[in-house]
Design a protein around this ligand. Structure first.
Ligand code: AMP
Length: 485
């Protein structure tokens, strides 16, 4: 039974889709004003695994991800570089799709661009105005070189106080904030034409000539960020659906705003049954972010690996629980790279199996395969699942060394790696033998046995033997990893 930690309720709940076997899922995609950074990629890889696992469990998945290609950050970048906004957004949208291919992100069915859903966005805003949840405010006249006349152009805002009256105890629930605290918050900027500080923009009037514009019933302008997502999700997933995901930074105000918009429009509660939020990739104490300037692009990270970049980066991201922060740390990335080499080596050596049928294999394999799926069923606990994969490799390595597996058994082990581990996690590389001699692997196993027996001095003396032979051994979350010095 699959359980998901639901941000909305704060507990792990059994996963039951609204519509029998069909799962509708939406994840907030990137704002395309730059190459995605490693932190964005962590979130996208994790939700790819969610999608892959749901399909593995036999669900029919409809997974939509939006691409924010209309946004102030894109406009600012284009203006600074003297380019058209479409040029910037097309360049980075194309790069993003390429990046997802490089990372083996396969679960998304539909990447939906905000710019291609203006009609749906306008229809949602109209609906909110008609129902009394949104108001039109004449645009504030801009000043400066490229300012346009505000004549005939209007902003449209969502009226939070009206929503709160009709939907009490909804706004703030997801992010665990109470309304009074929100009201006192001074962080919200107050545009002069808003009724209340927490009202958020649905349609933004054009202020400057270089801003991209669309015709609307409220004059020339562009959509606000939150309405892009509900317009897209309603079109492809319906007014209510199963899973909405994103990084923790999006919980407030973005996801609270989405809930308010869609619930106000449809009158149906809850908008989304399971909300999932991924932890940050962090540098020192900060969240990696484009606006803080402390980021490494995914492309830079990929370029560091000549061998198996996708598998290495995916394993590194998945080595921490998705709700925990993960440090962007060279050592951890290198460990993941060695661990992937270990899988490649294991698979290559497995191909040589030519021994007798081993009666113990079924039990060895079943134990770890069951642990793997039980971990994934427990709120997508990939680190625990990965630990059972490496446990399996450790249990099988001595059997391969002794040629104590048949060729047919080797095939069934490979099938498990392909149809379960690769299909769900995408971390299985092409087989490739490493130059680690069997006698060194044997020493590693002996050291493990001493460590299990807590015989530290014997374990240490074996480590010294391994190191004096020109190898290095690292104890990692994947178990002991051996590499050449
Ligand atoms: P953005 O382009 O900033 O809107 O982000 C796209 C996705 O990446 C969103 O789901 C964010 O929550 C997520 N994200 C942004 N920064 C990080 C980070 N440092 N670690 C993990 N996820 C992040």
């Amino acid at each position: 039974m699959l359980k998901i930690h639901n941000t909305l309720t704060g507990i792990k709940e059994e996963f039951k889709p609204l519509d029998q076997n069909n799962v509708h899922m939406f994840v907030c995609g990137p704002t395309v004003f730059n190459y995605i950074h490693a932190g964005n990629a962590r979130t996208f890889v994790f939700f790819d695994v969610v999608g892959r696992y749901l399909e593995f469990k036999g669900f029919e998945l409809n997974y939509v991800q939006n691409i924010t290609d209309i946004d102030d950050k894109i406009i600012t970048r284009a203006h600074t570089e003297g380019k058209k906004t479409e040029e910037i957004s097309l360049k980075y949208k194309t790069a993003f799709i390429e990046d997802m291919g490089v990372l083996k992100v396969t679960a998304v069915n539909n990447y939906a661009l905000a710019s291609e859903h203006i009609a749906e966005i306008i229809a949602q805003i109209k609906g909110l105005i008609e129902k009394g949840y949104a108001y039109i405010a004449p645009a504030i006249k801009a000043t400066g070189a490229d300012a346009v006349s505000a004549e005939g152009n209007n902003d449209v805002y969502f009226e939070l106080s009206r929503y709160n009256k009709d939907f009490p105890n909804q706004y703030g629930t997801l992010s665990g904030q109470n309304l009074e605290e929100l009201k006192e918050s001074t962080r919200v900027e107050m545009e002069a034409n808003k009724l209340n500080p927490h009202d958020f923009v649905l349609w933004k009037a054009q202020n400057y000539s270089y801003e991209p514009t669309n015709e609307s019933p409220w004059g020339l302008g562009r959509p606000g960020w939150h309405i892009e997502d509900t317009a897209i999700s309603e079109k492809y997933l319906g007014q209510q659906y199963d899973i909405h995901g994103g990084g923790q930074d999006l919980m407030f105000p973005h996801h609270e705003a989405e809930i308010a918009q869609q619930q106000a429009l449809s009158g149906k509660v809850p908008f989304v049954k399971y909300w999932m939020h991924g932890g940050f990739l962090t540098t020192k104490s900060d969240k990696m972010s484009k606006s803080l300037g402390n980021f490494t692009t995914l492309r830079d990270l990929v370029a560091r690996f000549s061998n198996h970049p996708a598998e290495t980066i995916r394993l590194y991201f998945l080595s921490a629980h998705y709700r925990s922060p993960l440090a962007f740390d060279e050592t951890l990335v290198n460990q993941a790279s060695i661990a992937i080499d270990r899988i490649a080596d294991f698979l290559a050596r497995l191909s040589k199996a030519s021994g007798e049928e081993n009666p113990a294999l079924d039990e060895i394999l079943k134990l770890r395969a069951d642990k793997f799926t039980a971990s994934m069923d427990d709120d997508f606990n990939a680190p625990a699942g990965i630990a059972s994969v490496f446990e399996l490799i450790r249990a099988l390595n001595p059997l391969i060394t002794k040629n104590a597996l048949s060729a047919g058994q080797a095939e069934s082990i490979k099938t498990f790696f392909q149809t379960t581990v690769e299909r769900i996690l995408g971390i299985v590389p092409e087989p490739k033998e490493q130059s680690i001699p069997p006698e060194i692997l044997e020493l590693v196993e002996q050291r493990e046995q001493h460590r299990t027996d807590q015989d530290w001095s014997k374990a240490d003396s074996i480590r010294a033997r391994i190191e004096s032979s020109g190898y290095r051994i690292d104890d990692t979350p994947y178990g002991p990893l051996i590499s050449t010095k």
